[in-house]
Design a protein around this ligand. Structure first.
Ligand code: DX5
Ligand code: ZN
Length: 231
């Protein structure tokens, strides 16, 4: 970690936009560039239309890096797969309340597997869907695009949700992280951090940059350089 970077805002490149033929190299390049965590989008063709990847790819990422691996489960019935993702080397599992009829139990099962439970909120999902589990989660992933694909534009209306979440965290003296996911780049990261985000998930901005992963992560970091997370 360099001295000039806000120590508590972390960059989490999303491998959805990576070159899967060179996945290990791309992950290592993100690590060298200063990423703190790797974000892995799991889609099952049911919770969202797209089908992406599963535990075997997470094993490959685990072999390539010692960074935290955040697994974003955009799947129905995630409870059936928690052990498999834990066994593959995930650090954190994010679940959507819509896919979890027993969200509290799911969150506690994730924790009992030794992982960090996160809850993910679709743009249309109100904060109240997660408010009652905020004391039990390690983080909240605020979707700033509709889940299902990369490369979509950031939805600015989500800034109010981030601010409300940061306020709840302050009011209740809780410690969970706030991540933003979707449309994050140097143009949108400052507003997200200013609203209270402490983890920036970025796929396209990191892995599709024409000048490479290192400069792309550098630009993201520079865009928030003078900023600090909210208390
Ligand atoms: C969208 C995924 C995101 C996606 C972000 O469903 O959850 O993690 O990879 O991609 P970009 O940064 O391209 O918007
Ligand atoms: Zn994601």
């Amino acid at each position: 970690m360099t001295a000039d970077r806000p120590p508590s805002v972390q960059i989490a490149p999303s491998i959805l936009a990576a070159d899967f033929g060179r996945l290990a190299e791309e992950v290592r390049a993100a690590e060298r560039a200063g990423a703190a965590r790797i974000h892995v989008d799991v889609m099952d063709g049911r919770f969202v239309q797209e089908i992406t990847l599963g535990p075997v790819v997470i094993q490959a990422v685990r072999r390539a890096t010692t960074l935290l691996i955040d697994v974003h489960l955009m799947i129905v019935e995630p409870d059936r797969h928690l052990e498999a993702f834990a066994g593959a080397g995930a650090t954190a599992l994010a679940v959507h309340p819509e896919a979890c009829p027993h969200l509290y139990q799911t969150v506690h099962r994730i924790r009992s597997l030794g992982l960090h439970p996160w809850v993910a909120l679709n743009p249309a999902t109100p904060l109240s869907a997660a408010e009652w589990v905020l004391g039990a989660v390690a983080g909240v992933l605020v979707m700033t695009v509709e889940p299902g694909s990369g490369g979509q534009p950031f939805i600015p209306e989500m800034l109010a949700k981030i601010r409300a979440l940061a306020q709840v965290r302050l009011d209740r003296d809780l410690r969970f992280e706030i991540a933003v996911d979707g449309g994050i780049g140097p143009d949108t990261a400052p507003a997200a951090v200013d609203a209270g985000a402490s983890v920036l998930v970025a796929g396209t901005a990191v892995f599709r940059a024409p000048d490479g992963i290192g400069p792309a992560v550098g630009r993201l970091r520079d865009s928030i350089r003078p900023m600090r997370r909210r208390p």
